[in-house]
Write a protein that binds this ligand. Structure first.
Ligand SMILES: [Zn+2]
Length: 369
C-alpha cells in the first residue's frame, strides 16, 4: 500500500505539469472562471486529512472571503489563522490558473500548535475541521479582547462586562447553528427546552439511507427511563421523559459529519461503516423546531470531504468541490474535473462485506439566502 502510494505520488509529480494544463484545457479558456484558481496541495506525509478539509473550506465562499479579508488587515504575530490566510492568499493571487502549492507553513504551524497532529500518521479529517474552526474563533475573540483592552474599538467604550460571553466571530456567523433539546416529563407533561450551539452536526449513519433520513434519526424522540431518568423541576424528582433534538437556527453553511467510524468492542478498534448514504445536491431540513427562525432555508452542496479506505487511521482523504457550475476533485496535488453524476460514486457501498470504500464523510451545504 505504502509503496504503491509512493510510486503513484512520484508518477503524479512527474505528470503534474501535464495534469495542470489538461485541466485547463478540459475546462476551456472561455469557460474558465475569471479570478478563480485550482491549486492542488502537496502532501507532507499523510496530511491528506488536512489538504482535503482546506480545499473544501476554500470553496466555501463566505469562509474564503473572510480569510482573505483577514489577510489584508495589518500584519499580526504568526498563528494558525495567519498561516491559513497566507495560504489562501497565495492560491488566490497565483498568476497561473492551475498548479500545485506546498502548504508547508500551515502544516508546520499546525504540528507546532497541537501535538495530536504533530506526527506523520493519518488523522481524522473531522477532528481537524473542528480544531481549525474552534482555533480560528479563539484567535478572533482573543484579538477582539486585546483591542478592547487597548481601547482601540471604534465606540471607545471600555469593556467592564468581562463576564459576558464573547461576541460571535465570523466563524460563528458562517457555521454556527442552534439545536434545541426538548424534554417532556411523562408524569406532569411539562416541556423544558435547552438550546445548544453547534459548528457542525454529527449524524449516525444507516445502510441504504439518505442524509435526510440520518437527520431525522438525529431528531427522533428518545425515551429516558430506568437509570437515565430525567430530573423534573416540576415534580422535583427523577421521572421518565421524552427527549428530542431539533434545529432551531439553521447555519449559513451546514457542515454535516457522517459518523462512519464506530468503535467495535469485540475488535477493540474502530471500524468503518461504508454504508451507502445518499446526499442530494439540494437539501432542506425537516428536523426543525416549531419556533425555528429560518426553517425553510434551501441548501446547495458545495463541498464533500471523502474518506477512501477501511479505517480511521489508514486510507486517504480527498475533496470534491463545486466551483461555479462544475465539480472538481482534489486529491492532494492532483486536481481533476468530474461530472456531477460521478458524485454518486461517493455515497458508499450497498454491500456490508467490503469496508473499503470511497465515501462522503463531511458534507458542506451552503444556504441560498
Ligand atoms: Zn414532571
Amino acid at each position: 500500500m505504502e509503496i504503491l502510494m509512493t510510486v503513484s505520488k512520484i508518477a503524479s509529480i512527474c505528470t503534474m505539469g501535464a495534469n495542470a494544463s489538461a485541466l485547463e484545457k478540459e475546462i476551456g479558456p472561455e469557460q474558465f472562471p475569471v479570478n478563480e484558481h485550482y491549486f492542488g496541495l502537496v502532501n507532507f506525509g499523510n496530511t491528506c486529512y488536512c489538504n482535503s478539509v482546506l480545499q473544501a473550506l476554500y470553496f466555501c465562499r463566505p469562509f474564503r472571503d473572510k480569510v482573505l479579508a483577514y489577510k489584508s488587515q495589518p500584519r499580526k504575530k504568526e498563528n494558525l489563522l495567519t498561516c491559513l490566510a497566507d495560504l489562501f492568499h497565495s492560491i488566490a493571487t497565483q498568476k497561473k490558473k492551475v498548479g500545485v502549492i506546498p502548504p508547508k507553513k500551515f502544516i508546520t504551524r499546525l504540528r507546532k500548535e497541537n501535538e495530536l497532529f504533530d506526527n506523520y500518521m493519518q488523522q481524522d479529517a473531522h477532528e481537524f475541521l473542528n480544531y481549525l474552526l474552534n482555533t480560528i474563533a479563539d484567535i478572533l475573540q482573543e484579538e477582539r479582547k486585546q483591542e478592547k483592552q487597548n481601547g482601540r474599538l471604534p465606540n471607545g467604550s471600555v469593556d467592564s462586562e468581562s463576564s459576558s460571553p464573547p461576541d460571535p466571530t465570523w466563524v460563528h456567523e458562517i457555521f454556527q447553528g442552534t439545536l434545541t433539546n426538548e424534554t417532556r416529563c411523562l408524569t406532569c407533561e411539562t416541556v423544558s427546552s435547552k438550546d445548544e450551539d453547534f459548528l457542525d452536526l454529527s449524524v449516525d449513519v444507516e445502510q441504504n439511507t439518505s442524509i435526510t433520513h440520518c437527520l431525522r434519526g438525529f431528531s427522533n424522540t428518545e425515551t429516558l427511563c430506568s437509570e437515565y431518568k430525567y430530573y423534573c423541576e416540576e415534580c422535583r424528582s427523577k421521572q421518565e421523559a421524552h427527549k428530542r433534538m431539533k434545529v432551531k437556527k439553521l447555519p449559513m453553511i451546514l457542515a454535516l459529519h457522517l459518523k462512519r467510524f464506530k468503535y467495535m468492542d469485540q475488535l477493540h478498534r474502530y471500524t468503518k461503516l461504508s454504508y451507502r448514504v445518499v446526499f442530494p445536491l439540494e437539501l432542506r431540513l425537516f428536523n426543525t423546531s416549531g419556533d425555528a427562525t429560518n426553517p425553510d432555508r434551501m441548501y446547495d452542496l458545495v463541498a464533500v470531504v471523502v474518506h477512501c479506505g477501511s479505517g480511521p487511521n489508514r486510507g486517504h482523504y480527498i475533496a470534491i468541490v463545486k466551483s461555479h457550475d462544475f465539480w472538481l476533485l482534489f486529491d492532494d496535488d492532483i486536481v481533476e474535473k468530474i461530472d456531477a453524476q460521478a458524485i454518486e460514486e461517493f455515497y458508499g457501498l450497498t454491500s456490508d462485506i467490503s469496508k473499503n470504500s470511497e465515501s462522503g464523510y463531511i458534507l458542506f451545504y451552503q444556504s441560498r439566502d
